[in-house]
Design a protein around this ligand. Structure first.
Ligand SMILES: Cc1cc2nc3c(=O)[nH]c(=O)nc-3n(C[C@H](O)[C@H](O)[C@H](O)COP(=O)(O)OP(=O)(O)OC[C@H]3O[C@@H](n4cnc5c(N)ncnc54)[C@H](O)[C@@H]3O)c2cc1C
Length: 332
């Protein structure tokens, strides 16, 4: 692990060069892997990211297992979480984002002000937004604290998701996630095969990650679809051509995320924050916080567990803070 962490200073390309690994290996294996892990190429990605992923694949029984949701994420991923929270007496409020973190005189959190102008007061405060949003929300008084200042180095990477419905079934797709080393495409899948809700025996629906997306994020949807079709024509020469003389596009959908997971360039690791912040009663969760599963859904879940663990460990401190607040309220 010490060796893995020490490689954070090198990009994948630099590490390969240092080890004397031929460029052919980077081109054939690590372009696809780098883009799948972080939507960037081996000349930008930190080698630590690749080594952490390989470690997980090799050390954990199901580390290399891939799975698809059987339906759309809001229904099949988010709703079960909402139901679980509500079954335990919790409340989930949608469309009411945090607008401002309001502070007490001692710099601890007084409340969260929401976009619907309600305020929320609590015993413990957790922010689980992406890191770029957190940076916008940070109160002025906290910005020079090293724990928060280091977040400046963590910046979301742009990525585009492309969904294309075809008029026919493509024969050369599989019931699996596919990895591409095309200069513009990353992982993709035929959702008509891999996902129960989109199952269709007669027509394919490709869902593709378009990356690196830096140069394309501001372009129009039709330009993105045109260039995607050109790349697909290379991957499926018998079935797809850029002018649609073979498989025809029935409809498409382009989803742009200008700031997605943090860009894992060299020397980011020391900037990832622990879930417990130096502000008493204030915690962070999210894939960018310190946890062993990189920027992924597993990483986000683990960060939530670590955050909950910190809150439980701080139970007595939080009780004291709560009492201080009550006493303060009585004095005023
Ligand atoms: C195109 C793409 C493909 C991916 N594919 C995979 C994959 O195959 N496997 C995998 O494991 N990971 C994948 N990831 C990464 C994965 O999506 C992230 O690692 C994961 O979603 C991070 O979870 P999170 O809870 O940290 O943040 P998010 O999922 O980004 O959740 C943050 C939440 O904060 C909310 N929010 C934002 N602003 C506010 C505010 N002001 N107040 C309150 N709430 C706010 C947002 O609405 C959002 O719900 C992919 C990411 C992208 C972009």
């Amino acid at each position: 692990q010490a060796y893995v962490e020490a490689q954070d200073g090198l990009s994948v390309k630099e590490w390969m060069k240092k080890q004397g690994v031929p460029d052919r290996v980077t081109n054939e294996v690590f372009i696809a892997m780098s883009k799948a892990l972080n939507f960037i190429n081996p000349d930008e990605l930190s080698m630590q990211c690749i080594l952490i992923a390989l470690n997980r694949f090799l050390q954990e029984k199901n580390g290399s297992k891939m799975a698809f949701l059987d339906g759309n994420p809001p229904e099949r991923l988010c709703m079960p979480i909402v139901n679980h929270i509500e079954s335990l007496g919790g409340e989930v409020r949608l469309n009411s984002r945090i607008k401002k973190i309001e502070l007490n005189d001692d710099g601890t959190v007084k409340s969260f002000l929401l976009t619907d102008d309600n305020t929320i007061e609590g015993d413990a405060y957790v922010i689980a937004t992406p890191v770029d949003i957190l940076k916008l929300l940070l109160p002025e008084d906290w910005r020079e604290i090293s724990y928060f200042k280091k977040l400046e180095k963590l910046v979301g990477v742009p990525v585009i998701n492309v969904h294309i419905w075809f008029d026919r079934k493509l024969k050369n797709t599989y019931d699996h996630l596919l990895f591409s080393r095309s200069p513009l495409l990353s992982v993709y899948a035929d959702m008509s095969v891999t996902c129960k809700e989109y199952y269709n025996p007669n027509q394919s629906m490709l869902e593709l990650v378009f990356a690196p997306a830096e140069e394309w994020i501001a372009r129009s949807d039709s330009e993105i679809i045109d260039v995607t079709m050109k790349e697909l024509a290379k991957l499926f020469p018998d079935e797809i051509s850029a002018d649609q003389s073979k498989a025809k596009v029935v409809k498409y959908h382009v989803v742009k995320t200008p700031r997605s997971v943090y860009k894992t360039v060299p020397n980011c690791e020391p900037c990832r924050p622990l879930q417990r912040s130096p502000i008493e009663g204030f915690y962070l969760a999210g894939d960018y916080t310190k946890q062993k599963y990189l920027a992924s859904m597993e990483g986000a879940v683990l960060s939530g567990k670590l955050c909950a663990q910190s809150i439980v460990q701080d139970y007595e401190l939080l009780c004291t803070l709560g009492q201080r607040k009550l006493t303060g309220a009585r004095v005023h």
